[in-house]
Design a protein around this ligand. Structure first.
Ligand SMILES: [Zn+2]
Length: 192
């Protein structure tokens, strides 16, 4: 309770999972994963306060009251899809971060003032955002070319990135001996 938030952020601006993921339920950790960490180079002091009481001081009664209104932990559709996907927990983390655009791509680094090179590290393309890495980059196209049918390839970029991820995680057909959602999740994790 004595630690401030910056204690749990690496110098490259990522959550320092190893320091706290074993302390919290997996559902809470996934929720945190979707929140951008505090700026490691920022000058603002972070403060510890208890959000569930007006006095911002922890009390047992306010904690109890908050548990009876825990709507922020209610799973949505995306949550359920990620959670039931038959992949390693690390890949589920990745999917959850991807759905919240919380991965440290060069465009995110640039926005958060922890990098100034926007270009793709693989092809040199102008903008390395998540959509580029997972679908637009010629390197990822090569991967999808091997695994998607021609008509799927033609519509690869039609859906919004999140919709595309959700559709693929909802696909339960068997592909090369495993569920497509497992195959898809593993492939996008490898691309990142
Ligand atoms: Zn690229």
């Amino acid at each position: 309770m004595e630690n401030t938030l910056s204690r749990y952020v690496t110098i490259t601006g990522e959550w320092s999972w190893a320091d706290f993921h074993s302390l919290l339920p997996a559902g809470v950790v996934l929720r945190i994963a979707a929140i951008p960490p505090t700026d490691p180079n920022g000058t603002d002091n972070d403060l510890i306060f208890w959000v569930h009481s007006k006095s911002v001081v922890f009390t047992t009664s306010s904690a109890y009251a908050s548990f009876s209104h825990h709507s922020w932990l209610e799973p949505g559709k995306e949550w359920a899809l990620v959670w039931k996907c038959a992949v390693h927990e690390k890949v589920r983390f990745f999917l959850w971060l991807a759905l919240h655009n919380a991965l440290l791509t060069n465009d995110v680094r640039h926005r958060r003032h922890i990098g100034n090179d926007l270009s793709c590290g693989l092809c040199g393309g102008e903008m390395e955002d998540l959509n580029h890495i997972l679908r637009e980059c010629p390197m990822s196209s090569l991967v999808w070319h091997d695994f998607l049918y021609r008509n799927q390839m033609e519509t690869l970029l039609e859906l919004h990135l999140n919709q595309w991820i959700v559709e693929n995680l909802s696909n339960n057909t068997v592909f090369r001996g495993v569920g497509w959602s497992t195959f898809f999740a593993t492939a996008v994790d490898a691309l990142e």
